[in-house]
Design a protein around this ligand. Structure first.
Ligand code: ZN
Length: 164
């Protein structure tokens, strides 16, 4: 028994009926989505997408970190992404703690995380404005590429576009 047996068993079922879609690794609908790791978010389902349509980049808080920018550069120039939606969500755990809180929580368990920046979100609109600006002003991404922000409501399933 391993901690992953349930997953391997489920995959065996999945693979039994699997048919190769013939898709390549390019984003068929030219879309990149930056969203949170929150387990309530189904990015494909809520946006009417299917596998193959979009590049989905997920992390804690849907933050545009250096690694998200690196990935977007690859997504745009190598994998067909032509537009980017940044999609944080309501009830996000990252809005409920500060970096100091996290350092304290880990310190209580004997772990020093002070060298990590968790990019916690004291103000979600401000964080989204910052992150959209980071993409729009990146010297590595095409000027004028459509970049939008929208907050997903995990309770209603609705997406609210936020204009900045
Ligand atoms: Zn979240």
């Amino acid at each position: 028994m391993s901690a992953f047996d349930d997953l391997y068993a489920a995959n065996a079922e999945f693979a039994r009926d699997f048919a190769d879609s013939g898709l390549t690794g390019r984003a068929a609908r030219g879309l990149g989505v930056v969203t949170c790791m929150d387990s309530r978010i189904d990015p494909l389902g809520l946006l009417g997408l299917k596998p193959g349509d979009a590049k989905i980049l997920r992390n804690a808080g849907a933050r545009v970190t250096d690694d998200v920018l690196r990935t977007l550069v690859l997504a745009v120039y190598v994998l067909g992404v032509e537009r980017v939606l940044v999609m944080p969500h309501t009830d996000c755990g990252m809005t409920k703690v500060t970096d100091a809180d996290v350092h304290k929580l880990t310190a209580d368990r004997g772990v020093d995380t002070r060298s990590l920046d968790f990019h916690t979100v004291p103000d979600q609109h401000e964080a989204l404005r910052h992150d959209l600006t980071r993409i729009r002003t990146s010297p590595f991404l095409p000027q004028g590429m459509p970049v939008a922000g929208a907050i997903y409501d995990v309770h209603s399933g609705r997406l609210s576009p936020i204009d900045f």
